[in-house]
Design a protein around this ligand. Structure first.
Ligand SMILES: [Zn+2]
Ligand SMILES: [Zn+2]
Length: 374
């Protein structure tokens, strides 16, 4: 049993000695001597609250200005925002345990919400409670991003074009989709500067205006990855920013290959028969519709071998098979004249088929693969 006594350093009253664990409390370093309860509660301040809170909220997107930047808070309404800002601004004394609190928001006018906050807790074994009221003033503004969107700001243009043709609706639809996906991914990582300013059709394709050069580069690379082709970028000096740095706008000119999968083309350089295009990424690849053999353009020809387009897989008509002549020839009824004609028998021809898809073109009649099941 210890005989030592401790005394309140302020009033001199005897106080119980501190336990070892209390003396080592990291929250009260150096607090070697305790005040008595009565001196302690004289100074005790449970809740620390500001007189009022000013919040800048973007009226368009609901972002809140914090520190020195706009932050998306995902708040449903201004009351939510006010509650969150009050929660951040209020402090409670570190000694208090079992802190519980509730907020009762009172809408005073359109831009003022009075927050009635009620706190309870326990300190030195004594229940404490406190009520504070903090008015939250909402200032409706326009954040940097919304200001830029409203001002049709853009830093980059992606031009979707194609060689010797206009891009298909599949290609332009996909380009728009890619742009929106890339922006959505960047937004999901908290990037507030990513947006699509405008998607506009032109006579020869599509122009996509986006907020950063990085997005423009990503869109054009993804288009190349999916469709093949080339991209060229060109910088244009547009202005200087507030710090005097030169600001460039980058145009990415995507040039899609001349032929797309599904096209049937006649190659100028050989007489091996028309080719159904399978892929235009890298070197053009396809299937000979005379034999069913695989075709691949040379490295020099790339995705644009010298050829003329005969038609598309979609243009095929059903023709009745009359007879299989031998391993190289089949007799079918011409779908237009209904005259029997002998045509090449490609490897993919099914000898049991009663009808086959055929393409009638300047190069004659050819059996195409039956891809209706795809
Ligand atoms: Zn005292
Ligand atoms: Zn905004």
């Amino acid at each position: 049993m210890s005989e030592s006594r401790a005394f309140c350093p302020r009033c001199g009253d005897a106080v119980p000695e501190r336990s070892a664990s209390d003396a080592n409390d990291p929250l009260r370093p150096g607090a070697e001597v305790e005040l008595c309860d009565s001196c302690y509660f004289e100074d005790f301040d449970f809740v620390d609250a500001p007189e009022r809170i000013d919040v800048r909220v973007c009226a368009r997107c609901g972002a809140v200005y914090r520190g020195n930047r706009w932050v998306d808070v995902g708040a449903e309404d201004y009351t939510d925002i006010a509650i969150e800002e009050v929660s951040k601004a209020l402090g409670v004394h570190v000694d208090v345990e079992d802190v519980a609190w509730q907020i009762d928001p009172e809408q005073v006018d359109q831009n003022t919400i009075r927050m009635h906050c009620f706190f309870t807790g326990v300190v030195r074994g004594t229940p404490v409670e406190e009520q504070v009221t903090v008015p939250v003033k909402i200032a409706r503004q326009t954040c940097t991003r919304c200001g830029r969107i409203a001002g049709d700001y853009y830093a980059s243009i992606v031009q979707i074009r194609a060689e010797d043709r206009t891009p298909t609706s599949e290609e332009t639809d996909r380009a728009t989709e890619i742009a929106n996906e890339i922006v959505a991914d960047m937004e999901a990582t908290g990037d507030r500067n990513a947006f699509v300013t405008e998607v506009g059709e032109t006579d020869d394709g599509l122009n996509i205006k986006v907020s950063t050069n990085k997005i423009g580069k990503k869109i054009s690379n993804k288009m190349l990855e999916e469709f093949g082709g080339t991209v060229n970028d060109a910088e244009t000096l547009v202005t200087e920013d507030e710090d005097g740095n030169e600001v460039y706008r980058v145009t990415f000119a995507v040039r899609l290959p001349p032929y797309t999968p599904g096209d049937v083309i006649d190659l100028a350089a050989d007489d091996g028969g028309p080719v159904l295009v399978r892929s235009a990424r890298g070197n053009l690849k396809g299937t000979r519709v005379t034999t069913g053999e695989r075709y691949e353009a040379s490295y020099e020809e790339g995705n644009s071998p010298d050829a003329r387009k005969l038609g598309e897989l979609e243009d095929a008509a059903e023709a009745t098979v009359v007879t299989v002549e031998d391993e190289n020839a089949v007799q079918v009824l011409d779908p237009e004249t209904f005259q029997a004609k002998t045509v090449s028998r490609p490897g993919y021809f099914d000898p049991d088929a009663e009808t086959v898809p055929v393409l009638k073109s300047r190069a004659g009649l050819h059996i195409l693969p039956d891809e209706t099941d795809d």
